[in-house]
Design a protein around this ligand. Sequence first.
Ligand SMILES: *Cc1c(COP(=O)(O)O)cnc(C)c1O
Length: 407
Amino acid sequence: MSGFNTLAVHAGQHKDPHTGAVIPPIYQTSTFIQDGINVLRAGHEYSRGSNPTRNGFESQLAALEGGAAGFSFASGIAAEDALLRAVLEPGDHIILGADGYGGTNRLISKLHGKWGITSSAVDITNLDAVRAAVRPNTALLWVETPSNPLLGIADLAGWAAIAAEHGALLVVDNTFATPYLQRPLDFGAHAVVHSTTKYIGGHSDVLGGAVIVADHLHRGQSLAEAVGYQQFAGGAVSGPQDSYLAARGLKTLGLRMERHGATASTLARWLDDQPEVTRVYYPGLERHPGHELAKSQSAAGRGFGGILSLQLSDEAAARAFAQSMEYFQLSVSLGGVESLVCYPREMTHASLIGTPLEIPANLVRLSVGIEEADDLIADLERGLAAARATQPVHKPAVVREKALENA
Ligand SMILES: *Cc1c(COP(=O)(O)O)cnc(C)c1O
C-alpha cells in the first residue's frame, strides 16, 4: 500500500479522461442527465446523493484514515449530527470526553436531548472513570484526543476495549491530530469525525466536516450504509466548491502537519522557559503526562501537532496576551497556515461557564501556523510584554458582549 503523502495526492483524484486535465474538474452541477428513465450514465443522479467532486474527496479521506467509507458534510457539526442520527435510537446514552469541543457537547445536550439522548462527561485520561460511566443503555463513547483546549491524551485502545466489552460504538474526533499523526480506526474505533474546516482544509477558507467509518455492523446495518443513508436523506452535504477546497487542502496535509508540529514544539519549549508563563500544555513536551502515549499512538517522527495552550499568572495577563499580537490573530478556529490565538473560556468554550467543565480564566490557546518560528517568537514576546504590563497596576478587564459560543 502506498504511503501517506502519495495517497493524499492521488486517492480518489481521477484525472479527466476527456481533456487530460491533471486536476479533476469541479462538478458544479445539481443534477445529471439520464440516458433513459433511471438509466444513469456514471451512477450519478442528483448531487445530494452523489457528486464526483465530493465523492473524490470522500475516497481520499477514507484512504488516509484507513476506513471503509468516508462522507463529507457542510460542517464538522453537520457531520457529527449525521453520525449521531445514523447510529442512535431514542433513550440511548453517550459517554463523552469532558475536555472537548464545546459545540459537540451542545449538539448532544441541546438538540439530541429532545429525543431522549443523555450523556455523561468523563476525564478522557482515566479509563476507570470511563468504565464506571457505562450504563445498560450506553450506545456510544465519544472522545477527542488531543483534547481541546487542555491537550489531554486518551488511550485509544483502552477506550476501544471498553466500547467492545459493552457492544457500544467508539467515535473519535480526529480534528486536532489528523490522520497524518493518528489513525483511530487502527486502534479499534468504529468511526472518526473531522471538522475539515481546520487542518484538512488548512487555509481558513472553507467550512466542512467528515465521517469516516470502519467496516462494522451496528444494529444489523453496516455503518457505511447507515451514515450514507443519513447523508442522502438528511442532506447536510458539502457542495462541490467546498469539497474541492477541502480535497486540495488534504493533498498538502502531511507537509503542513510536519511544519506545524516542528514550530509548535519550538514555541512550546520557548514558552516553557518564560517567567510569565505558569504552564504550557503540549503533548510534545517530555513532562506532559500523555507524552509517551501520544508518541505510541502516532506515526513515528511525525510530531505532536500544531495546537498548544498556556497559562499566564492571571486573567488580566491572559487577556492582554491574547489581544496584543500581530501574527497570532485573535480568532476562534484553528488549523490554518496562519497563526491564531484564542481565549477559550469566553470564545470557543463560553457555553461551559458556570459548569464543572469551565475553562480557567488564565488559559490561552494557540494554533501555530507555518510562518517562520523566529517571527512567531518575536510576536509572543509582544504578547508577554503586554501581559507583564497588566501586573503592577491592575487594569479592568475589557467588557464585552457574550462572545460567540462556536468555534
Ligand atoms: C471546529 C471543531 C468542530 C466543529 O466543526 P465545524 O466545522 O466548526 O462545524 C468539531 N470538533 C473539533 C475538535 C473542532 O475543532
